[in-house]
Design a protein around this ligand. Structure first.
Ligand SMILES: Nc1ncnc2c1ncn2[C@@H]1O[C@H](COP(=O)(O)OP(=O)(O)OP(=O)(O)O)[C@@H](O)[C@H]1O
Length: 256
């Protein structure tokens, strides 16, 4: 990593266990820079989603799942027991593979985190809903449908609505777990453009199976294999001159 990068997330010796003791991550250590896009790649089942789900402790919603090691975000080890998890999840937003709009209007989807986390007047909420929808490159498409159900939008629009909802909580970090795998190629390009715009304001960590996507949009890439981080470097280096044989085999499509 370049010496002048500011580190936003610092993971040290992260292990992860599912219920029954099945270990899915082994000693992961990685420094994720602020205001950059970091891609997480690797074959199916290598632990990409598991790793990402630690950063906002969402795994704790499931019985028997456990993380060991340290995950520092700014100056706080977010795995320590006294962390305010609601505030952590506000600060570390997440976008999933399938769009997950709430069964409510477009407006209320975006207003939801504002009502949950902040005390705001109605007019302030309206202003910020517009701002978040503009930030998610969706405003022009939905400005006349704000009172319609979020579920009535197209898949790609729903995913951008989820990004608007995540932005509305004013996070520092956006985690994206294969955000384009359920949408068509045109919607994928729109979301990729959007992710590139978000880099100025957020630290983005994105899991993707799509090598072209990783090389198009990310600054850094981490290659996972069997729960370990095999290689982590600038994206250009990973895709043109990887240091490890396994990385090369994966990016050239020899397994996956
Ligand atoms: N709920 C669960 N209970 C038990 N084991 C799980 C659970 N979810 C995932 N695993 C296991 O943990 C390992 C890592 O899975 P994970 O979903 O993190 O991989 P991934 O790299 O994101 O895969 P994919 O690319 O297919 O989404 C796998 O061996 C998987 O079978």
């Amino acid at each position: 990593m370049d010496a002048d990068e500011k580190i936003k997330i610092s993971v040290r010796n992260l292990d992860f266990f599912y219920a029954g003791g099945h270990q899915a991550l082994f000693g992961n250590s990685i420094d994720i820079p602020a205001n950059r896009i970091t891609a997480v790649i690797g074959p199916s089942g290598c632990g990409k989603s598991t790793h990402l789900r630690v950063y906002n402790r969402i795994f704790e919603l499931y019985r028997g799942q456990r993380a060991g090691g340290e995950v520092w975000i700014d100056d706080e080890n977010i795995l320590s027991p006294d962390v305010d998890v609601l505030e952590l999840r506000r600060k570390v937003g997440m976008i999933f593979q399938k769009p997950t709009p709430f069964p409510m209007s477009v407006f209320d989807n975006v207003a939801y985190p504002m009502r949950l986390h902040f005390k705001m007047s109605k007019s302030e909420i309206a202003e910020r809903v517009e701002h978040a929808l503009r930030g998610a490159s969706l405003w022009d498409e939905v400005k006349d449908k704000l009172r319609k159900s979020g579920l009535a939008l197209s898949g790609g629009q729903q995913q951008r609505l989820c990004i608007a909802r995540a932005i509305a909580a004013e996070p520092d970090i956006l985690l994206m777990d294969e955000p384009t795998s359920a949408v068509d190629p045109v919607a994928t390009l729109k979301i990729e453009d959007l992710v590139l715009q978000l880099r100025d304001r957020f630290t983005v960590v994105i899991v993707t199976h799509n090598m072209q996507q990783a090389s198009r949009i990310s600054d850094y890439t981490a290659f996972f294999y069997k729960g370990e981080i095999i290689e982590y470097d600038k994206t250009e280096k990973i895709f043109t001159n990887p240091s490890h044989k396994k990385t090369e085999e994966y990016i050239t499509g020899r397994f996956g």
